[in-house]
Write a new protein. Structure first.
Length: 271
């Protein structure tokens, strides 16, 4: 899909003032463009642009504010590069404006379950990454509960794929993502990553975002600004478990690591 060679890296470009990873440093379009140029030079295959923080406990962002943040950045990057751009949003209006500005992938942490989102994706005929989340960003980390996290996440994603196909999206346009950190305890995140291969049975490329997340901090005993090595280790495991796209902040290191993982093990991929 989108002419990608797997496994590859999706570079994270947050244009939110409260993003924990970027601390509001990429607020202006020019700063965002600079960051995108670096990620592309380092080998990112996709740039994921988000204007709404989905951090646990985060407030919902007003649509106009989200549009003002993301549209100029998408326009600037697509004017300069051919690289596929994804829009990290759950809002139909943002999806529409982002695609008009040049985005070619919708990355929706709510898996097109918001009002009007599925109909909009069908109308746009744009590829979509469907992510699993238990609860909503405000409350998801309060009391995550599963009988079997791997089975439940897989069943949820398979059901969303089926609903999207029934609504008029082609299966080839869909990606699935277990939503590492989205309504999961450390133990549940570990179980998901260690069994990521199960998600391949759905029949869609698998994307995962593990970069700098708190589960890695909990395991390694590191703060958010000191999780690069932990993130790289997790990215390599994800690739060996058959992940197709790794969503990451540290593009250079992640690209190098997955290239090595792939060449050493054929990355455990089915031929
Ligand atoms: C604060 C906390 C800001 C967490 C941002 C985040 C994913 C995603 C995010 C993911 C897909 C982050 C997250 N995570 N989209 N968007 N998969 N598809 O760490 O895991 O960037 S936001």
């Amino acid at each position: 899909m989108l002419g990608l060679n797997y496994p590859c890296v999706m570079g994270v470009l947050n244009v939110t003032p409260d993003s924990f990873s970027d601390g509001g440093r990429f607020l202006s379009t020019e700063q965002a463009l600079q960051q995108a140029r670096k990620m592309i030079a380092y080998g990112a295959a996709i740039i994921d642009i988000g204007g709404e923080s989905t951090r646990p406990g985060a407030a919902v962002v007003d649509e106009q504010l989200e549009l003002d943040r993301v549209v100029p950045v998408i326009e600037a990057i697509s004017a300069e590069f051919e690289i596929p751009i994804s829009i990290d949003s759950s809002k139909p209006g943002v999806m529409r404006a982002a695609v008009a500005a040049g985005a070619v992938l919708i990355n929706d942490v709510r898996a097109l379950q918001a009002e009007g989102a599925l109909a909009t994706a069908v109308e746009l005929q744009t590829p979509v990454c469907l992510m699993h989340m238990q609860g909503d960003p405000r409350s998801m980390q309060l009391e995550p509960h599963y009988v079997d996290v791997v089975v439940e996440v897989t069943q949820f994603l398979a059901a969303r794929v089926a609903e999207c196909v029934a609504a008029g999206l082609k299966q080839e346009m869909l990606l699935v993502d277990p939503g590492f950190g989205f309504g999961k305890t450390t133990a549940q995140n570990v179980e998901l990553l260690a069994n990521l291969r199960q998600l391949r049975r759905i029949g869609c490329p698998v994307l995962i975002g593990i970069s700098r997340k708190s589960t890695l901090g909990a395991i390694a005993g590191r703060d958010v600004d000191d999780r690069l090595a932990a993130s790289i280790a997790a990215a390599v495991v994800a690739v060996l478990q058959g992940a197709d796209i790794i969503r990451a902040h540290d593009v250079k290191e992640t690209v190098d690591a997955i290239r090595v993982a792939r060449s050493l093990g054929e990355a455990g991929r089915e031929k």
